[in-house]
Structure formats: C-alpha cells, structure tokens
Ligand binder design. Sequence first.
Ligand code: TMP
Length: 209
Amino acid sequence: MKKQGLFITLEGGEGAGKSTLLDVIADVLRKSGNTVLVTREPGGTKTGEKLREILLDKTNTKITDDTELLVIFAARSQHLSEVIIPTLKQGHIVLCDRFTDASYAYQGAGRGIETNRIKVLEDWVQQGLTPDLTLLFDIDVETGLRRAGRRGESDRFEQEKLDFFEKVRQCYLQRASSETERFKIIHAGRSLEEVKQQVLTILQEHDLC
Ligand code: TMP
C-alpha cells in the first residue's frame, strides 16, 4: 500500500553512513510510487544552508552553546515553514537527514544544555509536529570517527573529542529505547549490503515498499 504524508528522519553519530543510505531509501520509496522530498538539517532552505555554513565553520571558535542551539532551531523553523510542512500537506514523504533528536544528542548530551531548554524550543518551533519514523544509524564511536576521518577535513562538530561523541551516541540510544514505536535502530557497523537489508526490512514492515 502506498503511504503518504509521512515524515521520516535519519539520525546517527559521525561516520554512521546515513547519508549514503539516504539515497538508497529515497530510491526504494520512489520506485514504490511515493513522491519523496530529500532534505537535511541544519539546512534544507536557502536561509538554512547559510546558517549551516556558520554552524559548521570551524573558524567560528566563539560561538556559544546557546547561540549554536538557537541558530539550529532558527534554521529548523525556516525549514518547517518553507519546506517540511507544505510537503507533508501535499501528502508526500519528507526524508530528512537529521532533525531534533540531533539537538538533544549534540547540544543536550554533547554540549550539556539542559533537556528542558531544548524542549521549550522544540514545542515553540514544531508545535507538535514530530517525525513518524526515525532510523537511528548506530555505530561504535571509534569506528564511526575513523570512517568520517577518511572523508577529509573535519568541520566544527567533527573536531570534538571521543567523549563528546560517546555522550551523543548514548543519548540517541536512550531516546530510541524510550520511543520504540518511532525509532528503529540500524546496526551501521556492518557491511553496506547488511545495512541496506536492515533498512529494507524496516521499510517493508512499515508497508513502504
Ligand atoms: P551532518 O554531518 O549529518 O550533515 O550534520 C552536520 C552536523 O550538525 C553534525 O555534526 C551534527 C550537527 N547537528 C547538531 O549538532 N544539532 C542538530 O540539531 C543537527 C540537526 C545537526
């Protein structure tokens, strides 16, 4: 059965391979007759992509943790109004590389910002809109960082220490265990074929292909 108006997000630490799988997922969903919009955060709009540049630029050494969080939610607000909500209203699938779970993981667990402050922004900006399905690409931190390192120069987040990414990973896993209906965990350390198979199984279980 063709499903419509669905908000799917992909999450995970560095080097988990979610961006590679994004194209595979979009392809599978389209072949099953769905209209799919692929987008990402931070970014997804002209304004959001400019804000992304600021966030990822490692020469921006003075950005405070609060500024970082607020800029991320500013980009998210624009993304929701300009792209996500209109696309869902048209009955299409939105496939988004990262969303608010990343703010809890990176800004909350990683930077140490209190969860309830993030929740205030989430409620303000999203007004109840949350993903229908979240695929969490989980990989052990060292393997992920090694893989990400192969991609070349690191950005402002990738420069963080091992401990930061351990906290990010644990936060994602904890969120996944507290929302088992929405979250599906992909064991991303396995071979590409095995990872693809895990994803396909989940899409089939959700009647999406
Ligand atoms: P990407 O590498 O998956 O494209 O994501 C860019 C970086 O942005 C990544 O290191 C995680 C970070 N990020 C946050 O810190 N908080 C957020 O809410 C989002 C969406 C991304």
